[in-house]
Design a protein around this ligand. Structure first.
Ligand SMILES: C[S@@+](CC[C@H](N)C(=O)[O-])C[C@H]1O[C@@H](n2cnc3c(N)ncnc32)[C@H](O)[C@@H]1O
Length: 212
């Protein structure tokens, strides 16, 4: 289960665990939660949504039927998750009708998408990233949306005081940040950061929103 450099091969781990378990389980609950939350925050079918680290479409299976065709965008580093989501979780007729657009990338290459989003969400992505990688994601999205108003919702595991996280991003390790750290990361990358806090996540993740 490892690549030539000794790092575990995530594709093998996806296959061993199954795509639902790999992204953390509680499939129906956490999928529905994201959808209900963004609807309450004003998301409508005519808006364009970007799902950063969309995984196997745990949220996507709720967003895709709701949004207009072509209005669901995803970016994800693990191709096996995306193919499992598209082939096993989303009915083929719905996929053909709604045409979700998903870019496989680990470098937050949002410019590869054909549209700019009005809303974006990163559900349980920053919980696995170092501050540099979070900043890369925020910076690249800020450049991509440019003048178009965008609300970027991002969940995180909150610590009361700064903690020593692992030194490299890892999809199977938990990274904790303080509210202040999350706000500063946004400000450093030219977003206005607002702490929204508890959004009823079953594992206690908190919500930030970054606006331009
Ligand atoms: C805990 S899962 C959550 C997936 C999805 N947001 C959900 O709610 O089911 C985190 C996802 O982020 C993806 N990810 C981690 N680092 C990434 C990166 N640098 N670029 C794109 N995706 C990344 C992982 O492959 C995984 O699918």
């Amino acid at each position: 289960m490892s690549s030539p450099d000794g790092a575990p091969d995530e594709g093998n781990i996806v296959q061993a665990l199954g795509h639902r378990r790999y992204v953390g389980g509680r499939w129906d609950e956490i999928g529905r939660l994201q959808f209900d939350y963004l609807l309450a925050e004003g998301l409508g079918p005519e808006q364009v949504l970007l799902d950063v680290g969309c995984g196997a479409l745990r949220g996507g299976i709720h967003f895709i039927p709701f949004l207009n065709a072509g209005h669901y965008l995803g970016v994800e580093q693990e191709p096996l998750l995306v193919s499992a989501g598209l082939s096993q979780e989303l009915p083929a007729a719905l996929r053909d009708r709604k045409r979700p657009e998903i870019v496989i990338s680990s470098e937050f290459e949002f410019e590869r998408l054909s549209r700019r989003p009005d809303y974006a969400i990163a559900q349980s992505l920053f919980t696995h990233l170092t501050p540099d990688r979070i900043a890369q994601c925020l910076r690249n999205l800020r450049c991509f949306v440019d003048e178009r108003p965008c609300r970027f919702y991002a969940t995180f595991l909150e610590a009361e005081t700064p903690v020593e996280n692992p030194t490299s991003s890892n999809p199977r390790e938990a990274f904790l940040y303080t509210r202040d750290e999350m706000e500063r990361l946004g400000e450093r990358t030219n977003w206005a950061a607002q702490y929204l806090g508890d959004w009823r996540h079953p594992r206690g993740q908190m919500m930030m929103v970054y606006t331009n």
